[in-house]
Design a protein around this ligand. Structure first.
Ligand code: ADP
Length: 459
């Protein structure tokens, strides 16, 4: 099991970029500090025993090696980041110099054996064991670097102990070799786990990217869907408005036609006089202006307001009622108003008119469906420090609890025979909440449903 882990770690040369960068970071941060502290400790312990020139030589080689290691790791880092093919060579050099670094620490145990007393060889043993165990976390991100470092130290240490020849030292040498084997297993295990973590995080990253793309696609699909829904709902509203306009035009057209027929008859019977002529022409003129006004209202109604415009809630209500009132009241539904919101603010007046039209149409449908006697719709507008409001309340009996939760969902309708599209309230909510930054809410009051639009004051 352990040997399999070591074998697998040893065979893996395709180190993940992240692990190579971890090694270079550790070498750059850790090597100089470890060299300084370790060397200072070594000089303090051995300056009395080891000849001055050997100590100096050891120090010089140790420092030169450390600088070389930092240089190579810097090169390795740059090549890794640029995916330069030289990366493999620099990694090899880094591993070789790391092994040499281990070798230099191993030399200290030979110096202890040759020049110092026996007790000092044990100090070295403790220091070396600490170094090799600690190196797992610093060099362990690349198994080969850690194994090279640890075995260089421990082989030097073991050979220095074997050199002394007595049983106690040979036992320690054997223990050192065994612990090196054990540490190799631990290092291999650490390395494989790090690899797994990196692989998982790469997988997670790509999963996240796929997810992000999918969310992006869904969002744009939603936007497209909303545009289509808006279009559908507008077409439905246009159909309703054409019926209203047709209704409004019927009577004036009839009067115009009567005036024309009146003049025609009088001309045929030679009874035409200037006064009748002028009166009839005036009637025709006034009515055609009225018809033209109606067409303008209709056209404006469906213009999309691209920029915010100055408007007021009362203006929105009055323009809408100009188109709707007569048509609705003709169905024996009384529309009453209590308007107190003429203060102007920047908003999207045409969109607000469409929302009000939706609310009025729904109230009308509910009143007709329930055969309500004395059917009425009440529109109230008001304002306070927080914003501007209008409410549309009817006396059609209100909305059932089970319907209440689905009211604003797209395509939800209770109307039969293609009478409803289920888009009116969905689009109204979108317009008020996403476009105008307000809220559209509903509640049941004593006599019927009450829809409330709240628009915030600017700034
Ligand atoms: P549609 O009018 O095409 O059905 P809406 O989104 O405008 O679509 O309305 C959804 C549903 O909400 C209606 O089918 C109706 O059941 C309910 N509703 C809306 N307004 C009222 C109201 N004033 N009174 C009772 N029910 C209402």
């Amino acid at each position: 099991m352990q040997s399999d882990i070591i074998y697998r770690s040893f065979k893996s040369y395709d180190h993940p970029t992240e692990l190579v960068l971890m090694l270079t970071k550790e070498i750059q941060n850790g090597v100089l500090i470890a060299t300084l502290i370790g060397s200072a400790l070594f000089v303090l312990l051995f300056n009395e025993y080891v000849p001055y020139y050997i100590l100096s030589l050891w120090l010089i080689v140790q420092f030169a090696l450390s600088i070389l290691r930092v240089y190579l790791s810097r090169k390795l880092e740059l090549c890794t980041k640029k995916s330069d093919p030289l990366q493999a060579s620099y990694l090899r050099y880094s591993i070789i110099t790391t092994a040499l670094g281990g070798f230099m620490w191993g030399v200290t145990s030979w110096l202890a054996v040759i020049y110092a007393s026996e007790a000092y060889t044990y100090y070295i043993l403790v220091i070396v064991m600490g170094l090799t165990a600690g190196a797992i976390t610093t060099l362990g991100s690349i198994f080969h670097a850690y194994a090279a470092f640890m075995w260089s130290i421990l082989l030097m240490l073991a050979s220095s102990f074997i050199y002394q020849g007595d049983n106690a030292h040979i036992v320690i040498a054997i223990i050192s070799i065994l612990s090196a084997t054990f540490l190799t297993g631990t290092g291999a295990d650490y390395y494989l786990k790090m690899r797994k973590i990196i692989e998982l995080s790469i997988e997670l990253q790509s999963f996240n990217t796929v997810l992000e793309e999918r969310v992006q696609k869904e969002v744009s699909r939603n936007v497209e869907k909303d545009i289509q829904l808006m279009h559908q709902s507008r077409l439905a509203q246009m159909g309703e408005m054409i019926s209203m306009i047709a209704h409004q035009w019927r009577q004036p057209l009839h009067i115009i036609s009567t005036a024309a027929t009146d003049m025609d008859l009088k001309i045929q019977f030679g009874k035409i006089d200037d006064a009748t002529c002028l009166k009839n022409i005036e009637t025709i003129n006034t009515l055609t202006q009225h018809l033209s006004g109606t067409i303008d209202d209709f056209r404006d109604f469906f213009k999309v307001t691209k920029e915010r415009e100055l408007t007021s809630v009362d203006e929105v209500v009055n323009v809408t009622l100009r188109i709707v009132k007569e048509y609705v009241e003709n169905k024996k539904i009384l529309i009453s108003t209590d308007l107190d919101c003429s203060e102007q603010f920047n908003s999207y007046p045409n969109e607000l008119k469409q929302v009000l039209l939706n609310l009025l149409k729904n109230a009308e449908d509910a009143l007709l469906e329930n055969w309500v006697k004395d059917a009425s719709i009440h529109i109230k507008s008001y304002h306070d420090d927080a914003g501007y409001y209008f409410e549309v309340c009817d006396n059609a009996g209100g909305i059932d609890d089970e319907v209440m939760g689905k009211l604003f969902a797209a395509y939800f309708t209770t109307k039969e025979d293609a009478m409803g599209t289920g888009l009116g309230l969905y689009m109204s909510k979108k317009i008020i909440e996403e476009h105008c930054g307000g809220t559209l809410s509903v509640s049941n009051r004593e006599e019927g449903a009450c829809f409330k639009v709240a628009l915030p004051r600017e700034g």
